[in-house]
Design a protein around this ligand. Structure first.
Ligand code: 3MF
Ligand code: MG
Ligand code: MG
Ligand code: MG
Length: 387
C-alpha cells in the first residue's frame, strides 16, 4: 500500500544517496557509487527519477570527450531503468574558486566563470531532458558584513539570473528556473534567506513567469519558520515548481535528515497541502543517510523517505474522510462566509457605509470558543494511527 510507484514522482539527487558522510569534524565514511548504479538501485526502490549537479556526474575540468562518454553512459542508464530526469543544477560551492560566492563574488572574473559554468551545466541538463533548473545560493553571502555591499549583491544576483534566463530562451530550451533559499551554511549569512525573500526577488526579474521556487524543509526550519505556510504562499502565487523534502531538528546546523524522521506533525500537514492542492511536480528528497550508515543504510534511508511520504498521503485521505473531524471543521467554519456579500464583492462606497452602520454583538463574538483543542487532538490521533 505504501510502496512507491512511478506516479508518486519521487526523485533523489545523485548527491543525496552518494553523500559520503563528511562533516567539519570527520572524514568520509562511505565510498562513492557510480551514477549508473544509483540510477539502477533507485529505480528498483520505486523512484521516478534522479537529479544532479553538473559535477555529480562530470568531474570539474573534465575534457569534452570524457564528458560526452560519461553523459552517454548515464543517458543509457536512465533509459535502461526507466528513470526520469526532471531537474538539474550547478555546483557553484565546492571548488575553492567559489569561496567568496559565484554570481555575487566581489571578483568579476569569478562571476564571469560562474556564468560560463552554469551555461555549460544548463546545456547538460537540457541534453538529459531536464525541464527544471535549480539555483541554490551556495556561498552567495558573507562571513563579514564589511566584505560586500548587500544592495550590490542583490543586483549581481539579478544580473546573473536574467542573463541565464535569456540564455535558456535563446537556446530554445523547454526549461523553468527555480530559486532555492537557505539562511546560512556554508556562509555565515546567505542572501535571499527564506521563501519570502526569494518570492519578492522573482518579481524584479526580466522573466518572472519563467522563475519559481524550490523550497527546502530543512532550510526554512533553520530560520525557525513554518514550512507549510511558506509552501502555501508559493502555491498560492503559482510559484511552487519544485520542492526539496527532508527533515531538520530546528534552527541549528543543516542536517538533511530522512523525510519525516523528526517533524511528523508539520510534515503531515505539508503532504496534505501538496496533495489537497494538486501539486504535480517532483517530490524530491534532498537528504542523506546518517553518518553512521553503510551502503545498506543508505538504501534504508531512501526507501524510508518515500514510504513515509506515502504514509502521510494515506493519513491525509483518512483526515479528509474522518466524519467526526470533518463535522467539527464544518461547525468551526459555519456562518454566512460572504456576510451578506460584504466579504466577497470588494470595496464600494455602499459596502463601506453598510459596514459602518452594521451592529456587532462584541461580547458574544469575544466569548466564542473555537474548539481547536478538540480538533487538534483528532488530528494528532489520525497522525498517530488510531483513527
Ligand atoms: C544545500 C542544498 C543543495 C541544493 C542543491 C540543488 C547540495 O543545502 O539544499 O544541495 O539543494 O544544490 O537542489
Ligand atoms: Mg539543503
Ligand atoms: Mg543541505
Ligand atoms: Mg536543497
Amino acid at each position: 500500500q505504501y510502496k512507491p510507484k512511478k506516479e508518486d514522482k519521487f526523485t533523489f539527487g545523485l548527491w543525496t544517496v552518494n553523500n559520503p558522510g563528511r562533516d567539519p569534524f570527520g572524514d568520509a565514511v562511505r565510498s562513492p557509487m557510480s551514477p549508473v548504479k544509483i540510477v539502477q538501485k533507485l529505480s528498483e526502490l520505486g523512484a521516478y527519477g534522479v537529479n544532479l549537479h553538473d559535477n555529480d556526474l562530470v568531474p570539474f575540468g573534465a575534457s569534452a570527450q570524457e564528458r560526452d562518454r560519461i553523459v552517454k553512459e548515464f543517458k543509457q542508464a536512465l533509459s535502461d531503468y526507466d528513470m526520469a530526469f526532471p531537474m538539474a543544477t550547478t555546483n557553484l560551492f565546492f571548488h575553492p574558486i567559489f569561496k567568496d560566492g559565484a554570481f555575487t563574488s566581489v571578483n568579476p572574473e569569478v562571476r564571469a566563470f560562474a556564468l560560463k559554468k552554469t551555461m555549460a551545466s544548463i546545456d547538460l541538463g537540457a541534453e538529459l531532458g531536464a525541464t527544471i533548473y535549480d539555483f541554490w545560493g551556495g556561498r552567495e553571502g558573507v562571513d563579514s558584513e564589511a566584505s560586500k555591499d548587500p544592495v550590490v549583491a542583490i543586483e549581481r544576483m539579478r544580473y546573473a539570473i536574467n542573463f541565464l534566463c535569456q540564455y535558456a530562451i535563446d537556446k530554445g530550451y523547454n526549461m523553468r528556473f527555480v530559486l532555492e533559499p537557505k539562511p546560512n551554511e556554508p556562509r555565515s549569512d546567505t542572501y535571499f534567506p527564506t521563501i519570502g525573500h526569494m518570492l519578492g526577488f522573482i518579481y524584479t526579474l526580466d522573466h518572472p513567469d519563467m522563475v519559481g521556487l524550490n523550497p527546502e524543509v530543512a532550510h526554512e526550519y533553520m530560520s525557525g519558520l513554518n514550512f507549510v505556510h511558506g509552501v502555501a504562499q508559493a502555491i498560492e502565487a503559482g510559484k511552487l515548481f519544485h520542492i526539496d523534502l527532508n527533515d531538520q531538528k530546528g534552527p541549528r546546523y543543516d542536517q538533511d535528515f530522512r523525510f519525516g524522521s523528526e517533524n511528523i506533525k508539520n510534515l503531515f500537514f505539508l503532504v496534505k497541502l501538496l496533495e489537497d492542492r494538486g501539486y504535480d511536480g517532483p517530490r524530491h528528497f534532498d537528504a542523506h543517510a546518517y553518518r553512521t550508515e553503510d551502503e545498506e543504510g543508505v538504501w534504508d534511508f531512501a526507501a524510508g523517505c518515500m514510504r513515509t511520504y506515502n504514509i502521510f498521503k494515506e493519513k491525509a485521505k483518512l483526515y479528509n474522510a474522518d466524519p467526526e473531524l470533518q463535522a467539527l471543521l464544518q461547525e468551526i467554519n459555519a456562518g454566512d462566509q460572504t456576510y451578506g456579500g460584504l466579504l466577497t464583492n470588494g470595496y464600494s462606497t455602499e459596502a463601506a457605509n453598510k459596514l459602518k452602520e452594521a451592529e456587532f454583538d462584541i461580547d458574544a463574538l469575544a466569548k466564542r470558543g473555537y474548539k481547536y483543542e478538540k480538533l487538534d487532538q483528532l488530528a494528532v490521533e489520525v497522525i498517530l494511527g488510531i483513527r
